[in-house]
Ligand binder design. Sequence first.
Ligand SMILES: [Zn+2]
Length: 295
Amino acid sequence: MSAFSTDVRILTCPHCGAPIQLARQGGQIPCGYCRAPLTIAARDDAPLQQGGSSLLSEPERIQGLWAQAASFGDKQLPPEMLAVLAGGALTTDRVGGALGVWRTYCQRASAGDFAAGELAVLMTGSISSYFAVVAKDLQRQRALFESTLDALRDPSHKQVVRCSLARFSMRAGDLPSAQVWFGACDPRSADLQADTAYRVTYASLATAHGDFRNVLAALGPAPGSIPVALPSRLHVGVLRANAVERSGDLATAIAQLVAEAQALPGGRQAIPEIAEASPHLQLCPQSIPLARMQW
Ligand SMILES: [Zn+2]
């Protein structure tokens, strides 16, 4: 069983922060670490319903996503988040403080605070990198994401978290669980981050199946052909260039990578890192080495 298996629930103990594991149906258990008695509900794997987006025509939905892409990044992060994330990637001495901020956001999100839900998703991403890269503790990474999923109320926020869980499952070699996490997601979200998460995850699954035509259907043929939330732009670019390379057009794949590396700050470093972070997909095996000689 992988650390991201949908056959079980893995959550963070609300009292001590240790990961707890129980059946998907939930139940009553004591925490294995602090012994606090816990009552856990069944996981909700029902399809996510995005309020109102089903009323939009497809051109209206895409137009709304482009408008969100144009204003992306205008929001200011709150001081308590900046304080724990100052100094870059989390280190062991700062992870406790980060978990405290995350817990506060989750509590507010579960009470219906939309803005806190967005911040909870952001904090989850930052702490996730610590558990995966520094602590190398996939069970705690999984527990963090599933606890966030339980706390969130907004379907678009839930979709971003479910898409992350689906991609972690794939990386762990657990395609059936990836399909369960992803299966509840909405292919027609009106929210830019939820739509981008859907496209990246759909394209990753299609890449794993060697279905490069559908990668390009989801991501468009070239940079700028679909609206993308800025933090995912290079990830989208690498998945797209890989599909272009695997479809037999190495020159176009190289040209796209060079253009994206030059267009975005940090792109030259990030593009090879994105490919290395997904060894199961073997992204851009020829185009990245050749693009590096040009950018
Ligand atoms: Zn505990």
